[in-house]
Write a protein that binds this ligand. Structure first.
Ligand code: BGC
Length: 714
């Protein structure tokens, strides 16, 4: 049959297949369901009769927060065989699941990945996760999540790349490239890669009160300038699918919004791939009370631009009637089916529908994946304070490694992990002991405060492992207080009271209010939830095998009273909006992070001083390692459009580069600023570059003070 001929183009194959399909077969392609073992036979009969678009492998709607079942290769192949051999047209089924920060080898949580300010490392991690996922017969991951987040109470802040649209865009594009790889010359995804999904479109991180699934209100200006850029970058990077979010945005649920899904995503951004709803987001239009029943929910979501429905079955039950009645046009149905089929052809599924067992274990147990995970974990860690205590020397004397996270395993992996698939990582105590068998390491059972204090009292130096459990963040796990969980501050106070030097390590998925911790300790290392090799990576940094170079991808507030606090706030008219009882600046700003060495950034040169629209400005600085050991600095370039027709951020990140320098070594670094960096979505939602003056700052955080200027000529 023509569509089975791999020598034809994807477009020709899609058109040929589409022309052969009956209405019910088309609608079946617009469905993604879970196949519970108890209903397997019934679903297989359905597949024989009409086929199936996709199966989701997690059986739990809070897949990231709980342990879920998954399908074996044998089961995937058997269900696929039924679709291929026993359904009329033999259309393969797409299998999808959430591989957010690793499949078997777990990498640091995405927020931590962003802290490495190293898109190539993120691309590598996602490529490795893709190889592991593909080896299990899974074709599609619901990642990367690219929701801008300004509220650390929101548990899903861990899953994205932080508060900044520029950093978020670089990370989103890198993750898409990692998962999907370079397409081959026919536009096919190569073996060993998986289809990516940009989510949750859009504004999902703006949930009121930081409570997951809550309503968001964002002006069109903010939506386009702050929340849209990572999605735009993902589309440009060729992302195959986009997920429509659960929440209500500006009075319209995102999964029922034609404006968001069709006008902006498909038409304005030119997204040609497939839009899938989030889990039951189509039937949830009824809960939002914009649809009276499933029939109306199906109409709204399909009409809005959701091509495939996840889990709920509104399309399955009502689309046929809606098309027959002419409420949904045949063109719209064909458009959705084309998008689904194109993705299947591009994945090479018609040629290779089955998962091979060969090579699976090899992929899952690759030492190179573990090494990359350890490297990225260490690169993502952010040194927030150091009075010279770190790095520790193994012969320091007696080192107490204590605290609620000193003997913890599971939490180090982070939220989105299929528990049963991964090895439990080492604890920090084990990792330190393994790395320095000759060192004198004291410890105590976590949770027994008296024992912990006795160990600290007997030590020369204390490493205090603090943080929050993986179960306290992620989907639907939001908090009203961002202080460390109960009891930890008291422990910090008590340990500090012993007068010993203290290095605190914080394992967290979200910014925590560390105001009191920081004043009680000599050093503070933010280790995030660092993944499979997180304990080893922590030891690498604590003892100096790795010099920390990560930077904050999100501001760390002094307290939740400051939320939202982000560096790229707009200019205001009158004074500096303030609190009477607290400074307005965060405890640690976006882009901040220390090193065991020191750097100087100077020699700013801006060329040309005046540029035509369409030209480029080159901003160059000299970065010098002025300390005594090699280290890495993330040089950051910020811009301000001095006068514009809409109020604009006081400064915006527009370039960064992570450099490794030997002691005494200098390097010139150049940032190029063009239309993409200097323009913005202005009046009427149109992209504009307004003539006039611009300021530029280069430095080591969002507080960079080395300043230059240039002018865009009208
Ligand atoms: C989450 C998505 C996830 C989906 C499938 C939903 O609850 O919001 O991020 O991809 O479940 O597991």
């Amino acid at each position: 049959m023509k569509y089975k001929d791999p020598n034809l183009s994807v477009e020709e194959r899609v058109e040929d297949l589409l022309a052969r399909m009956a209405l019910e077969e088309k609608i079946a392609q617009c469905m993604q369901i879970y196949i519970p073992p108890e209903n397997r036979e019934e679903i297989l009969a359905r597949i024989r009769a009409v086929g199936l678009g996709s199966r989701i492998l997690s059986d739990e709607q809070l897949a990231g927060s709980v342990s879920t079942r998954t399908a074996s290769i044998a089961d995937l192949n058997e269900v696929q065989r039924v679709a291929m051999e026993e359904s009329r047209l033999g259309i393969p089924i797409l299998s999808g699941t959430d591989v957010i920060h690793g499949q078997h080898t777990i990498f640091p949580i995405p927020l931590a990945m962003a802290a490495a300010f190293d898109p190539a490392a993120v691309e590598e991690a996602c490529a490795m996760a893709a190889a592991e996922t593909a080896s299990m017969g899974i074709h599609w991951t619901f990642a990367p999540m690219m929701d801008i987040a300004r509220d650390p109470r929101w548990g899903r802040i861990i899953e994205g790349f932080g508060e900044d649209p520029f950093l978020g865009s670089k990370m989103a594009a890198a993750a898409v490239r990692g998962f999907q790889g370079e397409l081959d010359d026919k536009g096919y995804i190569r073996p060993g890669r998986v289809l990516a999904c940009a989510k949750h479109y859009i504004g999902y991180g703006a949930a009121e009160g930081g409570r997951d699934y809550n309503t968001g209100e964002i002006t069109d200006h903010t939506l386009r300038n702050i929340y849209l850029p990572p999605f735009k970058a993902a589309v440009k990077a060729g992302v195959g699918t986009v997920m429509s979010a659960f929440h209500d945005l500006n009075g319209e649920p995102a999964s029922g919004s034609r404006y968001l899904l069709t006008d902006i995503l498909k038409e304005e951004l030119g997204f040609k791939g497939l839009v899938i709803s989030d889990w039951s987001a189509v039937s949830e239009l009824i809960n939002h009370r914009v649809a009276a029943d499933e029939h109306e929910a199906a109409r709204q979501a399909f009409d809005a631009g959701v091509d495939m429905e996840m889990i709920s079955e509104c399309y399955n039950r009502h689309l046929a009637g809606l098309v027959q009645a002419g409420v949904i046009s045949q063109e719209r149905l064909d458009d959705a089916v084309r998008r689904v089929l194109s993705v299947k052809f591009r994945l090479g599924l018609f040629e290779h529908p089955y998962a091979g067992k060969d090579g699976q274990m090899e992929q899952l147990l690759l030492e190179s994946h573990r090494a990359a995970s350890r490297r990225l974990a260490a690169r993502s860690m952010v040194l927030l304070k150091n009075d010279g205590l770190l790095p520790l020397k193994p012969d320091t004397g007696r080192i107490a490694v204590i605290g609620p996270y000193a003997n913890e395993r599971r939490s180090l992996l982070g939220s989105w992990v299929n528990d049963h698939l991964v090895d439990q990582p080492q604890t920090l105590v084990e990792a330190v002991r393994a790395a320095f068998p000759e060192a004198q390491i004291l410890t105590a059972r976590s949770g027994l405060y008296d024992e912990m204090l006795m160990a600290a009292a007997a030590a020369d130096v204390v490493v205090l492992a603090l943080g929050e459990s993986h179960a306290r963040n992620g989907e639907y796990n939001c908090v009203a207080s961002i202080e460390l969980p109960a009891g930890q501050q008291a422990l910090v106070d008590a340990v500090a009271g012993l007068g010993k030097p203290v290095a605190a390590v914080v394992y967290t998925g979200r910014p925590a209010a560390l105001t009191r911790v920081v004043s009680h300790v000599n050093a503070l290392l933010l280790a995030w939830h660092p993944g499979s090799l997180g304990a080893e990576a922590t030891a690498d940094v604590l003892f100096g095998a790795v010099n920390p170079g990560g930077k904050l991808p999100v501001s760390f507030p002094r307290s939740e009273g400051q939320i939202p606090v982000h560096y790229n706030h707009n200019s205001t008219g009158r004074f500096n909006p303030r609190y009477l009882d607290m400074p307005v600046t965060p405890l640690f700003p976006f882009g901040f992070g220390l090193s065991y060495t020191s750097f100087a950034i100077d020699g700013l040169d801006v060329q040309p001083q005046a540029v035509e629209p369409g030209g480029k400005v080159r901003v160059t600085v000299t970065v010098t390692n002025t300390g005594t050991r090699e280290g890495e600095e993330v040089v950051q370039c910020y811009v301000q459009d001095c006068v514009s027709r809409r109020t604009r951020p006081v400064r915006e990140l527009k370039g960064f580069e992570r450099l490794a320098l030997q002691p005494g070594e200098s390097r010139r670094v150049t940032f190029e600023l063009g239309m993409d960096e200097l323009g913005y979505y202005g009046p009427g939602g149109k992209w504009v570059l307004e003539p006039g003056d611009f300021k530029v700052w280069v430095g080591s955080s969002s507080e960079a003070s080395l300043e230059g200027r240039f002018r865009v000529i009208g």
